[in-house]
Design a protein around this ligand. Sequence first.
Ligand code: LP5
Ligand code: MN
Length: 243
Amino acid sequence: MTTLFISDLHLSADRPDITACFLHFMSAEARGIDALYVLGDLFEMWIGDDDDSPFHQQIKTAFRQLTDSGVPCYFIHGNRDFLIGKRFSQETGVQLLPEHTVVDLYNTPTLILHGDTLCTLDEGYQRYRKKVHNRFIQWLFFRLPLSYRQRIGDKMRSGSSQTNQAKSQSIMDVTPDEVIHVMAEHQVRQMIHGHTHRPDVHTLTVNEQAASRIVLGDWYDHGSVLVCTPQGCQLETRDFQPQ
Ligand code: LP5
Ligand code: MN
């Protein structure tokens, strides 16, 4: 009995080493498990489900094969791939979940999320997030040809990298009070998220009870997987294969 959680793979055609590690993970380790949860930033950037490049086809096929084999796969949007939509879900069999979802993880109610909504001190980001999550703005964006969307996406990526250089590490991390607030609101004592790329297990107190916050790692230098069984959860890494 195993449930796996991954996030922040930032898959792109430019990083065949990450892609190879991910495809191996999907065809070997993820087979036969109880469920796979992807907590956002699966892709470096997603500009619409109509982007049908061979690279995207390859990733979608890996999900389709896994869901066809009987493994339920779930996805929560990240800040890079919040435009993944129904068509992706239909093509892959991956079920899209709301941004804050409580799952029963072997009898422990667990709140799962990407993690960006917890970074409340990053006011610039939260303002930006509200705009790009606006349904009307998204509708307008989707009316643009794919090549324009790609150019806008690239501009946003470089704008983001530039503004991030001026932000402190604490602004870009989760806000501790917000974590407590959100866990209390959902009545959970366990939370799993990604986004900050700071894999760790934090203990904290929520409503005078011991709680834990598990942070998933990114896939820049190696694969990163949270392995959960009825006995508990463990953060593990997976080596990239020599190319
Ligand atoms: O992603 P990362 O790690 O660099 O930083 C994130 C936050 N940044 C983002 C922006 C994404 O990187 C861009 C993704 C593009 C998606 C595809 C296009 C979709 C278009 C949709 C239109 C409906 O998420 C960053 C956080 C950081 O995490 C840590 O939490 O701080 O937040 C920002 O950088 C936000 C800035 O403060 C403001 C945004 C600058 C965007 C520049 C605008 C350029 C406009 C050009 C468009 C014509
Ligand atoms: Mn992210």
